[in-house]
Design a binder for this molecule. Sequence first.
Ligand code: ZN
Ligand code: ZN
Ligand code: ZN
Length: 364
Amino acid sequence: VTATLPETGRLARARARMTELRVDVLLCSVGPDLPYLVGYEAMPLERLTMLVVPRDGEATLVVPELERPRVEERPDFVIRAWGELEDPVAIVAALAGPARTAAIGDHTWARFVLALQDALPSTRFVSAGTVTGPLRAVKDPVELAALRDAARAVDDIARALRTRPFGGRSERAVHRELVELMLDAGHERANFAIVATGDHAASPHHEPTERVIVDGDLVLCDFGGTMRGYCSDITRMYSVGEPTAEVADAYEVLRAAQEAGVAAGRAGMAAEAVDAAARRVIARAGHGPHFVHRTGHGIGVEAHEDPYVVAGNTTELVVGNVYSVEPGIYVPGRFGMRLEDIVALAPDGPERLNRAPRDLAIVA
Ligand code: ZN
Ligand code: ZN
Ligand code: ZN
């Protein structure tokens, strides 16, 4: 359930984009497009839920009868509840009509995509992301407020961790604590909590283990969840005791790279330029081969969405874009580190939504 109800203008904007792309009908099922457009999140069931949005004409939410009580009715769509003995694919196919091009939600179960392709043999299917991606990438004030609140909630957790002992606890124990803290802080969902210690952190998406944290460990905490329908995502680093000179030096490079990436953001510049700004600092320090991923990703109703901050993405940044800046340095067999903030592009430049201290916290 999305607590932040979208304004009804979003469907109109989706239709304008459909006209531009010559898409006749938009089909949204499970995944973030549906809550983004109409405030309803489909349960990931084997029963089909699908919003059918013709370019001209009324939108219809096809929903299993038993799910109907969860739907908040709105003036911008009608509800077509289907009973257990009906064929929902046939209902959607009839509503979609003889569409030449249908844009279908990127998260739709393959079995429904295949069944719809069979039911609409003369229709060409394209990714709904081409319609909704650019819309979702530009946040309105209500979305910005939700993203700011979500960022503040995880900031408080990152700050609280600075005064908690890490030594003697397992990665999994810290992981569980992070999940609980996110829920306590008002997130309806904890999406992930990476806790990677020592050489484990050299793997950027390490799964927490029973490894017990010891003195001298560098601990990477990257966590985020969903609050009022919008995602948080932050990475902070903790050193159990004083770091070695090698780690301290690398961390200064990382901080400078992250700062450069954040400061680089400007409306009208290519998304890849932000990646280049951060990467340049790491490469100059000789750690280029140790920065093995893109600098960031957009964030909103989904933890990863447009715009992707990566070499090759020449899409121009615009005011209202919200994205992560999260360079990392990963030295196999030794240590790994990453520093991540969410940044909103305001008319006068980048605004960090995360404000938790960015220095390497020395913890017990
Ligand atoms: Zn993250
Ligand atoms: Zn991230
Ligand atoms: Zn290196």
